[in-house]
Write a protein that binds this ligand. Structure first.
Ligand SMILES: C[S@@+](CC[C@H](N)C(=O)[O-])C[C@H]1O[C@@H](n2cnc3c(N)ncnc32)[C@H](O)[C@@H]1O
Length: 354
């Protein structure tokens, strides 16, 4: 006589989530599975269906996109920056390093092109780097969690959404990041990024994320296709959490290094460099310029972008002096995140390179 097991037992046997078993049953991918009441039961001798989700991405060439929105993302400069390494001619640059990667607007463009043999990324934001690692190593579990959050959140009315958003924000802030919590924390991090005001990442002095809920009608919390494609592309990427100087071990004369630091605060009160509790002030910019020199000395091709202080004060020559030995280009761009929507507009960005 045929014996049956529950979805929970099948999930344990096949080492997948119970939700995944339910999806497979509803897609008729498990012969003999039946719904009894509200539960699926599965023939005890059923075999685990092949995971077609992974196969789908082996053949499909996908244009990769950042999986989080990130303040200061330089998507508008991507084409100019790509020209800078294409000018170096084929064969010279085989390695790519982005030691302040943020959301990785350029990184994902570069990974889509698949032109570098080795890729290295780094950021000082531990929660962001944890999310990169979760996408790299635990994509299935992460996608299950994000899908579940999306299914909960989207049908809610505004009050329901607020309650849900702030409860996830509390969980994110009250859960210590460690091996047991890393996938949960990555899911909270991506959920908050997709549903918070302007996709900002801002923390208070205690390091707690304090951005209020945004007003998106149908935020895409789980872009499953992109997450899977990104996960595949990250398999060959070295991911490091720490100070940008850590990339000195990786960078050599065959390396293209792209550095996109936080904006230099225009005033003491400027809140938009507060990615971390430490603002990226002039001393930090000077330390970074010394690192630029070090990489230049190694023969790396180095490109650094920054907001042009001359947008505010035409006499501010801070970067012109700091990088006087290099080429400084001024490129027109639209600033994406500003405290006042009315102040969004065309400004110059600096592209500095050797
Ligand atoms: C302007 S954002 C980079 C944006 C990125 N280009 C993008 O496409 O989203 C600057 C990044 O530098 C990181 N950062 C700040 N100080 C750092 C440090 N000392 N070392 C490494 N990363 C740092 C921040 O966490 C932030 O993600």
């Amino acid at each position: 006589m045929l014996s049956y097991i529950s979805a929970k037992e099948a999930a344990e046997k096949w080492n997948i989530s119970q939700r995944r078993v339910a999806v497979l049953c509803s897609e008729s991918r498990i012969d003999g599975a039946m719904m009894v009441g509200k539960m699926w039961i599965i023939p005890g001798n059923a075999t685990k269906p092949e995971d077609k989700r992974a196969a789908k991405y082996e053949t499909k060439q996908v244009q990769l996109k950042p999986f989080v929105k990130w303040a200061g993302g330089k998507s508008q400069l991507v084409e100019q920056i790509k020209q800078l390494f294409q000018q170096e001619g084929p064969g010279r640059l085989t390695k790519y390093a982005e030691p302040m990667v943020g959301g990785g607007a350029l990184l994902f463009n570069i990974l889509s092109l698949n032109i570098f043999e080795q890729v290295y990324i780094c950021d000082i934001n531990a929660e962001l780097i944890n999310a990169y690692n979760a996408v790299k190593y635990n994509a299935d579990a992460l996608i299950d969690k994000l899908n579940a959050m999306q299914l909960n959140f989207l049908p809610m009315d505004e009050n329901g959404r607020k309650y849900y958003y702030y409860s996830i924000r509390d969980k994110f802030n009250n859960t210590l990041l460690n091996d047991d919590t890393c996938t949960d924390k990555a899911a909270y991090f991506i959920f908050l990024n997709k549903t918070c005001f302007n996709g900002l990442y801002r923390v208070n002095k205690k390091g707690q994320f304090n951005v209020p809920m945004g007003a998106y009608k149908t935020p895409c919390i789980c872009d499953e296709d992109n997450l899977r494609a990104v996960s595949k592309a990250l398999q060959n990427v070295t991911i490091v959490c720490g100070d940008y100087t850590q990339c000195r071990q990786f960078a050599d004369s065959n390396t293209f290094v792209y550095i996109d630091p936080p904006y230099r605060p225009i005033s003491q009160t400027s809140a938009f460099t507060a990615y971390n509790t430490d603002a990226f002030n002039d001393d930090e910019q000077i330390r970074l310029a010394a690192f630029f020199d070090e990489l230049n000395g190694k023969g790396a091709k180095v490109v650094l972008s920054n907001s042009d202080p001359k947008n505010i004060d035409p006499d501010d020559n801070f970067f012109d002096n700091l990088y006087k030995n290099y080429t400084i280009e001024r490129v027109s761009a639209t600033r994406m995140i500003n405290s006042k929507a009315t102040r969004r507009g065309q400004i110059n960005e600096l592209l500095i390179h050797n």
